[in-house]
Design a binder for this molecule. Structure first.
Ligand code: NAP
Length: 205
């Protein structure tokens, strides 16, 4: 039987970096967690988060398409608790000039940031609006305000997420659902290595 006393936070991309830190904050604030990432090391993150006293359920799922988002939503629904906060954070970058990128890798960046994120928010956002409560935090980036030479596709996806966040926030302003956009500057995570991006003072993902 689920512990209904503790609210539930859902964090995507929680295996490392910013998502793991967001999940730690939520656990410290008394939330139970459902977390997801693309690789099995999400289980290691779950172990760390349980040390903070939270009940943590983890799933390895590719959130770059609607099917992945639906599988994740089913996993969340099986916990039997409403989602109080959704931290839609999963994302990846890709370096090199656009014409030199592998097209499938570039499309995966788009699909992870955009397709998977809006599919997840569409489902959970509707549930929140029906309950007239909930909070959504979308990880955009200050990169969404900057044309990203040698990271053109990535910056474009962050421009989408920044814009989408502002718009959805307005659409829900008369409800009990809030939408915020986290816009980190350059943050030292695995991101740059995974994206094969140069990491320097003028490179902001
Ligand atoms: N680092 C920065 O300077 C910076 C600045 C602004 C915004 N951001 C944004 O912050 C977010 C987190 O990035 P980070 O810096 O913390 O990098 P990170 O440590 O590489 O974390 C990325 C997370 O997203 C997950 N992920 C990636 N693709 C996924 C997919 N298809 N399905 C499910 N999970 C997926 C990764 O899981 P796996 O490893 O299992 O794939 C990982 O948990 C991203 O949206 C990024 O764009 C980062």
């Amino acid at each position: 039987m689920a512990d209904t006393a503790r609210p539930l936070a859902v964090v995507t991309g929680a295996s490392s970096g910013i998502g793991l830190e967001l999940a730690k904050v939520a656990a410290g604030e008394g939330y139970d967690l459902v977390i997801a990432a693309d690789e099995p090391d999400i289980e290691g993150a779950a172990e760390k988060l349980r040390l903070k006293g939270a009940t943590v359920d983890a799933i390895t799922v590719d959130l770059s398409d609607v099917e992945g988002a639906e599988k994740f939503c089913k996993f969340i629904a099986d916990k039997g608790k409403p989602v109080d906060i959704l931290l839609a954070n999963a994302g990846r970058g890709l370096g090199k000039g656009f014409l030199d990128q592998d097209l499938n890798e570039a499309l995966h960046v788009v699909d992870t940031s955009i397709t998977g994120t809006i599919a997840l928010i569409h489902k959970i956002g509707n549930e929140m609006r029906a309950r007239d409560e909930g909070r959504i935090l979308i990880t955009g980036s200050i990169a969404g305000f900057i044309p990203g030479t040698y990271q053109a596709v990535y910056n474009g996806t962050k421009a989408f997420l920044n814009s989408f966040s502002f718009a959805l926030r307005e659409e829900l302003e008369d409800t009990g659902v809030t939408v915020s956009c986290l816009m980190p500057g350059a943050t030292d995570t695995r991101f740059f290595e995974c994206a094969q991006m140069w990491h320097g003072p003028d490179s902001t993902p």
